[in-house]
Design a protein around this ligand. Structure first.
Ligand SMILES: CCCCCCCC(=O)SCCNC(=O)CCNC(=O)[C@H](O)C(C)(C)COP(=O)(O)OP(=O)(O)OC[C@H]1O[C@@H](n2cnc3c(N)ncnc32)[C@H](O)[C@@H]1OP(=O)(O)O
Length: 213
């Protein structure tokens, strides 16, 4: 093996240490808990929530041993051009405090999220904000499309039917599946289910731009 072959086989250095990636996701989780606590408590309860999270963050910053053995779910990566790439997606990324911690599965042409949403997503009392209903469905349908379509597609059209309020504080199944592929166009549909009830439905069209098809 020549020297150049040895060098080309070497893995590139990581864009940050595993401990710092774990710290970033720990901080994001603390932000989520803080958001829920700031909205869900008042007065001395609120002070206790803030104090607990500040302590937890200080401990994590000061003693990285606290995070040893904790693997980040979405550590930054280098892209093909060698730039640091952070997963920012406000539905999926464990590093983005806006994203709820959800579990994601793919099965053939279907994608599914499972999630229990806290107070910061509230629209009507105890129910999910309608705009966020659309965000979740857009994302799960996009993931189903991503599995099936060649190249990256973008949402061109999305229609949501709000059948009944989507509850907070209980597990939701958010499902997307591809129905038809016609060249650059992929049609998909899906729903949000709480218990046995379909709360919202979505159907839409994703198009792969000419350059990426
Ligand atoms: C990490 C990733 C997270 C994922 C997040 C979830 C997904 C998203 O939220 S994506 C962000 C939101 N979406 C966007 O920003 C997209 C904005 N729109 C665009 O960029 C462009 O309109 C784009 C790329 C979708 C399509 O552009 P372009 O390729 O020029 O479309 P265009 O040529 O007009 O249409 C392509 C074909 O679709 C057809 N078409 C367009 N609209 C429709 C429609 N509503 N119904 C049926 N057919 C349609 C056209 O007639 C055309 O057909 P043909 O090829 O036979 O002539």
């Amino acid at each position: 093996m020549t020297e150049s072959e040895t060098l080309s086989l070497e893995a590139p250095a990581l864009p940050e240490s595993p401990q710092d990636s774990a710290l970033a996701e720990f901080a994001a989780a603390a932000c989520r808990r803080l958001a829920g606590g700031i909205l869900g408590t008042t007065g001395s309860g609120l002070r206790a929530v803030i104090e607990a999270e500040v302590r937890a963050l200080q401990a994590a910053l000061g003693d990285s041993a606290e995070l040893h053995g904790v693997a980040a779910k979405h550590p930054p990566r280098f892209d093909r051009r060698g730039r640091v790439q952070v997963l920012t997606n406000p539905v999926m990324s464990h590093r983005n405090p806006l994203a709820p911690p959800l579990v994601h599965h793919h099965d053939g042409d279907e994608s599914e999220f499972r999630v229990t949403l806290p107070l910061q997503y509230q629209g009507p009392r105890n129910s999910l904000h309608g705009g966020y209903v659309a965000v979740l469905l857009d994302d799960v349908l996009w993931h189903a499309v991503r599995q099936m379509a060649a190249g990256v597609s973008f949402t061109r059209e999305l229609t949501i039917t709000y059948e009944r309020p989507v509850p907070l504080f209980e597990e939701l199944r958010i499902i997307g599946r591809v129905t038809t592929i016609e060249g650059r166009k992929t049609f998909a549909e899906g729903e949000i289910i709480a218990g046995e009830a379909v709360c919202a439905r979505a159907r839409g069209l994703w198009i792969s731009p000419k350059s990426s098809a």
